[in-house]
Write a protein of this length. Structure first.
Length: 277
DNA sequence: AAAGTGCTCAACCGCCGGAAT
DNA sequence: GATTCCGGCGGTTGAGCACTT
C-alpha cells in the first residue's frame, strides 16, 4: 500500500505489513510498552523504521481501534469539529474514541471533502455570513498569527498549542482495561453516548492553552462574527441532561466573553453537540 | 469476460517543535 | 545558546479492490 515497493536499498522492509510483523510488533509493545520507537525495530528484530512501527501500532494494532463504518453521528461530529479546528486531524481524532487521525483524514479527503464542494451549505451552517462580515473576519484573522484561514471558505480557530500528545479518556470509560481483557468495544450506541458525554466543553479545552487562546481572541472582530446573537447572561448553557453547565472552568471561560458564549462552544438541547452556529 | 475508471485507505515523506546533549 | 535527536503531525501516494462500460 505504501509508495515504494518492499525491500529498499537501506535494507528495511517497506509497504504493507505482514501478519508476522504485526505479531512481533504487538508482542513487543505489550511487553515493553509504547515509546522508544527508533530503538524498537532493532530490539524487536523488525526490518522497519521506527516511524513505520509507530504508525502501524497507532493506526492499526493499538487496542480499542474501531475500524470502518463511521456512523452518521460520528460524521456529524467530524464535520463540526473540522469546522472549528480545520485540518487538525489528531485533535479531531482525540474527540472520537477508537478512531485514528489517519482514518478521519482519509474519511474527510475521500468522502466529506467531496461533499464540501457538492453541498457547501451543509458545512457552512444554515446562515451564510454576509460578505462584509466575512471580509471583516478575514482581514482580522490575517492580522493575527494564531488564527488562520483554513482551506475551506470559512475561518477556523488554529491555536498555537495544538499538538495533541494524549487522547482524552473519560473517567468512566476504561478502554485499556477493555483491551487487556480482549473485550469487544462498546456498541455503536454506547460509543456514541460516550462521545457525546465526552464533548463537554470543559473537557474540549483540555488540548488548549485556554487563557492564551482567549486572550488572543478577545477584542478581536472575529468573535463578533462567531456570535450572531451574543447573550446577556449565560443561562442558556446547558448540559445534555438540560441542567446548567456553568461550572468552572466553563464559568471562567464565560467570564472572558462577558457572559456571551460563542455558539460553537455551546452544547445544544438534543443529542447533537452544538459546535456549529 | 475484459478493460477502463474511480475509490479506499495503509503507508510513506517532509517538516516542525520539544527534549536532550 | 547551538546543535542533534526523536516523536508527532498533516499532506500525499499508489496498490488493490469495486464498479462501470
Amino acid at each position: 500500500m505504501g509508495r515504494r515497493p518492499p525491500c529498499s536499498q537501506d535494507g528495511l522492509n517497506r509497504g504493507a505489513w505482514s501478519s508476522h510483523e504485526d505479531k512481533i510488533l504487538a508482542d513487543y509493545v505489550k511487553v515493553h510498552g509504547e515509546g522508544k520507537w527508533t530503538d524498537l525495530p532493532k530490539r524487536a528484530g523488525l526490518k522497519r523504521g521506527g516511524k513505520s512501527c509507530r504508525l502501524r501500532w497507532l493506526n492499526y494494532l493499538r487496542p480499542g481501534i474501531k475500524r470502518g463504518n463511521i456512523s452518521h453521528e460520528e460524521e456529524d461530529l467530524i464535520i463540526r469539529l473540522h469546522k472549528l479546528l480545520g485540518n487538525r486531524w489528531s485533535l479531531i481524532a482525540g474527540r472520537l474514541p477508537g478512531r485514528t487521525d489517519n482514518e478521519i483524514k482519509n474519511y474527510w479527503n475521500t468522502k466529506l471533502g467531496k461533499e464540501v464542494k457538492a453541498i457547501p451549505e451543509k458545512f457552512n451552517g444554515e446562515k451564510a455570513q454576509s460578505k462584509s462580515k466575512e471580509r471583516k473576519a478575514v482581514a482580522s484573522l490575517k492580522a493575527k498569527a494564531p488564527i488562520e484561514l483554513g482551506k475551506q471558505s470559512h475561518p477556523v480557530i488554529r491555536p498555537k498549542a495544538v499538538r495533541c500528545t494524549k487522547v482524552y479518556i473519560p473517567p468512566h470509560r476504561d478502554d485499556h482495561k477493555m483491551a487487556d481483557q480482549n473485550l469487544e468495544p462498546h456498541s455503536n450506541e454506547h460509543a456514541l453516548e460516550s462521545i457525546l458525554e465526552d464533548v463537554d466543553p470543559s473537557n474540549f479545552f483540555v488540548d488548549f492553552d485556554v487563557e492564551k487562546l482567549l486572550s488572543e481572541l478577545y477584542d478581536d472582530d472575529f468573535l463578533q462574527v462567531c456570535m450572531d446573537e451574543p447573550r446577556e447572561d449565560n443561562s442558556g448553557v446547558r448540559g445534555l441532561d438540560g441542567r446548567s453547565m456553568m461550572l468552572s472552568p466553563w464559568s471562567e471561560i464565560s467570564h472572558h466573553f462577558h457572559g456571551a458564549m460563542p455558539e460553537e462552544w455551546r452544547i445544544g438541547d438534543g443529542l447533537q453537540p452544538n459546535l456549529a452556529p
